[in-house]
Design a protein around this ligand. Structure first.
Ligand SMILES: Nc1ncnc2c1ncn2[C@@H]1O[C@H](COP(=O)(O)OP(=O)(O)OP(=O)(O)O)[C@@H](O)[C@H]1O
Ligand SMILES: [Mg+2]
Length: 255
């Protein structure tokens, strides 16, 4: 008998999106159906312009779909909520605020004592202990991105949307950040939807990789990664998954 599957957390029901361009409708997303389960780490992989960021904005309640709906815990999403947070490529942190104050921003509803505990624990979790009083300009790119991740985690969200959060970092720092993100995800088990156009990044992070076609975005295929963490980047299964993803993206024999 199968073990009970975690329950659906984020459900896309025939979510479609048109934008208007020069008076005409531009179809960005063809109807998308997708069920992301509680605690799952899903990567959305696809070429530039296929609608990945748009789909996240819809799931976050920032952008209405043209058709269909997104359900979270069975409830239709209609507006942003602190239960669901974003981490963007460009850090999204305030240059005029210290690391501590950046992390504190979403916590005003808590008592001073609770805030203090939560902020310190989160800063420790992302490895920024000792830099509480530093300002973003005094930090490296990787550290700034850790502040962005800390700010998102501090509010104890149950869904985290990440839109190419490590895109601006060098390749070694990206590897470190991915490892740290997996460690944090294993500790807290939020549901994560992570957008990337990096095939390796998706295989290193995801339970499942959802591959999108070029605009209008459609799901070209879903690949179950099924490798335990820490992942062996040189294993034959890793190579097979990479080939599958290149195939779905239509770039396996592109060069
Ligand atoms: N607010 C908007 N108004 C009009 N068109 C938009 C708007 N936002 C996005 N688009 C268009 O929708 C399409 C998809 O954009 P989106 O940003 O979702 O793509 P993406 O997959 O995230 O691309 P990238 O990988 O480059 O970030 C693009 O053609 C873009 O021009
Ligand atoms: Mg984008």
């Amino acid at each position: 008998m199968n073990a009970a599957k975690p329950k659906p957390k984020v459900v896309f029901e025939a979510v479609a999106k048109d934008f208007e361009r020069r008076g005409e409708a531009l179809r960005v997303l063809d109807p998308i159906d997708l069920v992301v389960r509680e605690g799952e780490f899903v990567c959305l992989l696809g070429p530039s312009g296929c609608g990945k960021s748009t789909l996240l904005s819809i799931a976050g309640g920032f952008e209405p779909p043209t058709a269909g709906r997104v359900l979270i815990d069975g409830e239709p999403v209609s507006a942003p909520s602190p239960r669901r947070v974003f981490v963007f490529q460009e850090y999204g942190i305030f240059p005029w605020a210290s690391v501590w104050d950046n992390v504190a921003l979403g916590l005003r509803a808590l008592s001073k004592e609770q805030q203090y505990e939560r902020i310190q624990a989160t800063i420790d979790l992302v490895g920024l202990t000792g830099f509480e009083k530093s300002y973003p300009m005094e930090l490296s790119g990787g550290m700034k991105q850790r502040v962005g991740v800390a700010r998102a985690l501090a509010v104890a969200p149950d869904v985290i949307y990440m839109d190419e959060p490590f895109g601006a970092l060098d390749s070694l720092t990206r590897l470190t950040m991915r490892a740290e993100l997996i460690r944090i995800w294993q500790t807290r088990r939020p549901t994560i939807l992570f957008v990337t156009h990096d095939v390796d990044e998706s295989i290193q992070l995801a339970d499942r990789v959802v591959v999108f076609s070029p605009r209008p975005g459609r799901i070209a295929g879903i690949v179950e990664v099924g490798l335990p963490h820490p992942r062996d980047l040189g294993s034959s299964r890793y190579g097979e998954i990479k080939n599958e993803l290149y195939e779905l993206l239509g770039v396996r024999h592109a060069i």
